[in-house]
Design a protein around this ligand. Structure first.
Ligand SMILES: [Zn+2]
Length: 926
């Protein structure tokens, strides 16, 4: 055979699959699964591949188990990213052109059309469909839609009417992430970097400097009495600006930020940082402090100037100490003002010295700062001279006082930077007025979601904590944007509903997507959707017959059984969709389960389209075949674990499929009479069926492949070894082939269809019935006997390797019955520690003396070593070891090419016979 060509099977199967996976309500039990729909702004890579192949394997599995399965797909084209892309392409931005032309392989004539954003999403949506189909995804494509379809917009309007009526849509002023280039709030999806950054509220403490203020941002206004100096960066050029009519000295960056936060800013002149050094400022409460030089002060952090509290801030402490060690500013001493248990008089000094940190660039500085911050916040108390209050109370009191009497202002800033927009611009915090929000902060709404989470099946179970945490932390969400594609916001049509807010209940829309298209969008009033989804009658509903058909679809399919998505969507999409569901749908239509995926790596590094570190799914299919890609992605890790794509490993997966193909092709015509070993093979097959079924029921694709592929392959190898000479195997092999092909069909459906036909199976394997384990065919005794034989053969092989002589004979010496008695007593014992003492209470055992205690110890070790699937049946089923080896004598002699003797250890003269144990005979090679 030439190079094994999987592609041939792909064409064959595709022809038979057209329309095969279109799924309608039926009398069967349904299984409805959905995956987060893609945003088609680029080509699919193998990471996307896994996201959609896992649910496909699950869909195929349940279909074969006789359920009516629905796996739909649509495209999310809402938002601004493609608008940015089309602009950059129109401007001939070289990086964007390279990405689209070279990495995504968009033909030039298509690329030329990309100046229209809708063309981009339309192009990639059909690319997605083409590549998904090439990967064998069993999707009902009739239900495909995009989120800018007029009928979909009508559905979103209906959804928002319910949210609004429930009081969840509010208007207000709020600090939000904002991109000044796009002139738009920035959602999680629009970020290139910084998705973990949170908006933090700082208090600006105003120090007077001549006729101007120097504002410094702090999270700890209660430490104001401990300020010994300010820090300014001598290498930065600051500016003097009129802020709301008062002069401020701040960085350029700060001026831009402040202007976005309800202040008028007018820049007057530049001031060199070095000119500020050693000047003094008036402390807002009393006295003066100097401005000292510090390179670490970042002009892009808050105002670009910092107040220094060396007694309570490790950074300040070290920076001051460094200057003093260079002989400067010796007179400045830290001023402590907070007492905290576990720390000395000057907590920052204490913590720095204990940690052994000697330099401000030490990577542990952030952790140390956090440690002091938390300790002082949770158990610190301000000195009595300053009011004696706990820090947590004093902080808010001082902040309020400073704002009221001492000119302090609020400034919003990110806790972590950089935060970068998809367009490449730095994201800032802007206070938006007349901004619409979803009120996720509402405790009652949160409670409804928490209650629903309790009733859901979450895979893997440990993500439950992350869901709970997200619900807990979620704040109000800016839900409209000024720029982008999408549905107009009903209460302000200059705005659009943003992408994470129009993608929360579309799983319900799938159920009707192929039918609603037949109705004119203009007729789709909220009453129409109230009827379809909620069963609410109202007069004059249009197209009643069509609506009834849609209601039937919805009632059949909903609620969805499982939703699949990557774990980074827990903190937004996966939780948002629960909020929306609990508001709109009745209890019996709420989500039932979610499966959360790990991340994809490419040669050990995180996959990232924007960084070019991706391997395109279509290239993978062309290079290795769709089945190889599927089997590799499913077998290299469980869905919730991270997987790592490495071409060299993918090649070995292809070889596995080739071996499987060749084996099934060989055995399909096997006709011989069954031998003893056939009973073993078929018995083992039952447990592979059972374990594969359990694994797939639990979404463990890797575990399922271990059983279904490697488990059966290993058995077949042993089976062939054990066949009598001149035998090719029996007709049981045909049975095994039929089971094997079906167990692997969800993973490698193309090869599956081809082999199914070769085996003369009925119809498509995609719809063949999933194998069911037959307990009657399980023969524990035979399985144990073969297990014993396999282990003994392995033992003989390793001894032969060790002694390196040409053997003349092999003697297998079987343990005596009394050792069996000990072995079983220990194996069955609840308390393995006291069992040896109990055994030795028996008089006949005691008579054996040391031999018995030694045997008991050795049996204990052996029992620990043997797997449970050996020990457990051994306690129920006795096997006659002598008989097993007598029967296998011919086999062993053939394997090792020397005479084999089987003796009982008791009758053997050889000293080594004394080491024989149950399930581990002594082996004497001479
Ligand atoms: Zn931007």
């Amino acid at each position: 055979m030439n190079e094994f060509d999987l592609r041939k099977f792909e064409d064959e199967a595709q022809e038979q699959w057209t329309h095969a996976f279109e799924s309608n309500p039926s009398s069967l039990e349904k299984f409805y699964l959905t995956v987060a729909y893609p945003y088609p702004s680029g080509a699919m890579h193998v990471g996307h591949g896994r996201t959609y192949i896992v649910p496909d394997v699950v869909a195929r599995f349940w279909r074969m188990r006789g359920k009516q399965v629905l796996y739909p797909m649509a495209f999310h084209v809402t938002g601004a990213p493609v608008i940015g892309i089309s602009k950059r392409i129109a401007n001939n931005d070289p990086k964007t052109i390279r990405l689209y032309r070279d990495l995504y392989k968009v033909p030039q004539n298509v690329l030329d059309e990309f100046t229209d954003p809708l063309t981009i999403v339309r192009h990639f949506a059909s690319e997605y469909q083409r590549v998904m189909t090439a990967c064998g995804m069993s999707i009902d494509w009739r239900r495909r839609f995009t989120t800018v379809d007029p009928t979909y917009s009508k559905f979103i309007e209906w959804q928002w009417k319910h949210l609004y009526d429930a009081g969840h849509v509010i208007k207000g002023a709020h600090p939000v992430r904002y991109c000044t280039v796009d002139d738009n709030p920035v959602g999680d999806h629009d970020l290139l970097e910084g998705d973990k950054a949170e908006v933090i509220r700082f208090t600006l403490v105003m120090f007077r400097f001549g006729d101007a203020f120097i504002p410094t941002a702090t999270l700890r206004p209660e430490t104001i009495h401990g300020v010994t100096n300010l820090w300014a960066n001598p290498n930065v050029t600051y500016i003097r600006a009129m802020v709301d009519g008062k002069a401020w000295i701040i960085s350029h960056e700060a001026a831009e930020k402040i202007a976005l936060q309800d202040h008028t800013v007018e820049i007057q002149e530049e001031i060199a940082g070095k000119d500020l050094i050693d000047k003094t400022v008036s402390h807002p409460l009393c006295g003066t402090v100097p401005i000292l030089p510090a390179d670490f002060v970042d002009p892009d952090m808050a105002t670009g100037l910092v107040m220094s509290v060396p007694a309570h801030a490790p950074f300040d402490y070290i920076a001051l100490r460094d200057l003093q060690q260079a002989g400067k500013y010796a007179k400045i001493k830290p001023i402590p003002l907070i007492k905290v248990e576990g720390y000395g008089e000057i907590p920052a000094q204490d913590a720095v010295e204990k940690s052994g940190i000697t330099h401000q660039m030490d990577s542990r500085m952030d952790a140390l700062t956090q440690e002091i911050y938390s300790a002082e916040f949770s158990k610190g108390k301000v000195f009595d001279t300053y009011g004696g209050k706990p820090v947590r109370v004093a902080r808010d009191d001082v902040a309020a006082l400073m704002i009221e009497k001492y000119d302090s202002k609020i400034m919003y800033e990110f806790d972590n930077r950089p935060v970068i927009c998809r367009c490449g611009n730095k994201v800032k915090v802007k206070i938006l007025h007349d901004q619409w929000f979803l009120k996720y902060s509402d405790p009652l709404w949160k409670k409804q979601v928490s209650d629903q989470i309790l009733d859901m099946s979450l895979v893997p179970p440990e993500v439950r904590l992350e869901f709970d945490r997200t619900v807990d932390w979620l704040k109000d969400w800016a839900c409209t944007r000024r720029v982008g594609l999408g549905t107009r916001f009903p209460w302000d049509t200059t705005q659009l509903i943003e992408p994470l807010s129009d993608s929360t209940i579309y799983m319900a829309y799938y159920t009707i997507a192929h039918k609603i298209r037949e109705i004119d969008a203009k007729l789709l009033t909220p009453e129409v959707f109230d009827y379809i989804f909620l069963g609410k009658e109202s007069p004059d509903l249009p197209e009643k017959k069509k609506l009834d058909a849609m209601r039937k679809e919805f009632l059949y399919w909903y609620p969805y059984d499982y939703r699949f998505s990557a774990k980074d969507l827990i903190s937004n999409h996966l939780t948002f969709q629960l909020f929306h569901h609990v508001t709109i749908f009745p209890k019996d239509k709420l989500p039932q389960g979610m499966v959360v995926f790990g991340m994809g790596l490419l040669n050990g590094a995180k996959m990232s389209s924007s960084k070019g570190n991706v391997f395109l799914l279509e290239d993978a299919v062309n290079d290795f075949g769709a089945d190889t890609v599927r089997m590799f992605l499913m077998g290299s890790a469980e869905p919730w674990q991270d997987f790592d794509w490495r071409n060299e490993l993918v090649i070995s997966t292809k070889k596995q499929i080739e071996r499987f193909y060749n084996t099934v092709s060989e055995i399909k015509d096997a006709k011989g009479e069954p031998h003893d070993i056939d009973r073993w093979l078929i018995s083992r097959l039952q447990s592979h069926i059972e374990r594969t079924t359990t694994a797939l029921t639990n979404f463990q694709t890797r575990q399922a492949l271990q059983e279904a592929y490697f488990g059966i392959e290993t058995d077949l190898k042993w089976y062939r070894r054990r066949l009598p000479e001149n035998s090719d195997g029996s007709r049981e092999l045909h049975t095994l082939g039929s089971v094997w092909v079906r167990l692997l069909a969800p993973f490698i459906p193309f090869t599956g269809e081809h082999l199914w036909k070769q085996l003369a199976g009925e119809g498509l394997v995609s719809f063949a019935s999933w194998p069911v384990a037959n307990k009657k065919l399980v023969n524990t005794r035979i399985e144990l006997a073969e297990e014993l034989l396999t282990r003994t053969v392995e033992d003989i092989e390793s001894i032969m390797k060790l002694i390196q002589i040409t053997p003349k004979s092999i003697t297998i010496s079987i343990a005596p019955a009394w050792k069996y008695e000990i072995f079983l007593t220990i194996a069955k014992a609840q308390d393995k520690n006291t069992v040896i003492r109990d055994i030795m209470k028996d008089e006949t055992m005691r008579k054996r003396g040391k031999a018995a205690t030694d045997a008991a110890k050795q049996c204990t070790t052996l029992i620990h070593r043997l797997p449970p699937y050996v020990i457990e049946p051994l306690t129920r089923e006795s096997i006659d070891e002598m008989n097993v080896f007598e029967e296998a004598k011919g086999f062993l002699e053939k394997e090792f090419g020397v005479p084999v003797h089987v003796t009982s250890a008791e009758s053997s003269e050889h000293s080594k016979s004394a080491t024989a144990l149950p399930f581990k005979p002594a082996i004497i090679i001479e």
